[in-house]
Write a protein that binds this ligand. Sequence first.
Ligand code: ARG
Length: 460
Amino acid sequence: MSRFAQPQADAFRRLNDSLAFDWRLAPFDVQQSVAHARMLAAQGIISEADRDALHAALRQVAEEVHDGSFEFAERDEDVHMAIERRVTELAGEAGGRLHTGRSRNDQVATDMAMFTRQAALDSAAAVLSLVQTLMELAERHLDWPMPGYTHLQRAQPVYLGHHLLAYAWMLLRDHGRFTAVLDGTDALPLGAGALAGVNFDTDRTLVAGELGFGAVAENSIDAVSNRDFVLDYLSAASTCATHLSRLGAEIVLWSSEEFGFCEVSDAWASGSSIMPQKKNPDAAELLRAKAPRIAAHLTAMLGVMHGLPLTYNKDMQEDKEHLFDAVDTLELVLGAAQGMLSTISFRRGRLEQAAADEFLAATDVADYLVKRGMPFRSSHGVVAGLVRLAVSSGRTLTELTPEELSDASPLLDAEGFYALLRDGAWLESKASRGGTGSSAVRAQLQHLRAALERARSGRR
Ligand code: ARG
């Protein structure tokens, strides 16, 4: 019997059915049904014979899901109904007992929590191996000077290793964010029923234990309404993808003829269909472009949940496509970053040449005056004057005469000034903790290695 006299409109079904995308939850759905059936029997709610029949049917479904032989029926609306329908075909009357003491509302929340947990674990692991790759790349380029930039203007020289390590720290924080997602997926929704709890003496702790949840959601209304963990994952993924977009953008710039700092390997570049000379850093460009797509899934999902009255609403079915696409996209870009960085080559000559731009020492000259007693604000002005003088007369700082220097400030002795401008001095003097001097970068590497170890072992 059905509540409805009329069949559903085709157009409604196309809008409402989620099977086309939520089929991906099938392995989790089967797993939770196995646990649910075991608990129902342990509590005497169904017989052991029914449990065994359900388990045998669910094993068969799992195989069909795995090898792709599962056949869908016309009336399968979503993954939950498809699996229950198939279980009932296989197990007969026992199949009809599977849905005892549960609802699709707590069921789907449970599937999604399980899926999100797995996605967060996978993303966290992929992020860590990228940190490892960046660390090795940094070690190989520890003392390669390059210009550091602000506003994309040459600012102060840094070592390439130092610059690469910046990304390692960003990604290590991403690892922390993905790990934190796990806290949000840890409370089992199943057992909340449709919204109010169930009329059976269930044992939710037993189910939680079997499915790897550390706790049971304490409020049935919250349990079926909650998609915070989806937002948590999307937020972590958006930040991570944003980091990768900055990496991608720099590789695009750096591999241009104008910069000439690096070359992406052939495996991660493509040619032009018309200009034979071209090697395009498409992968790096896509790292840049995929980030807003993931962020859009976050904002869309915030929009779905915004102002939604408790408890379950069909709106929440939208969580899947946003989450799944974000997971897949992030996996793609993390893999691309990994592949590209493992095979990228840097051009020492070009980097060094750009870093040898003497104007990059302007701050160091100002600091030199500070060490000789001048307040920094005044020394900044003195050096600005020297730079203006050099630029307007088409000279470098070294080409300024001792007279011009002492005119600018009596504290500016020519010998000290010229010595300061000699190559490298302005890099190694940045020995402060976290700075670019090689001793500081070596210490930084040690701290990173320790932090990576902690992250790997799950300590915080
Ligand atoms: N396909 C639905 C979803 O993904 C499952 C839950 C349906 N619940 C309901 N009361 N109609 O959200």
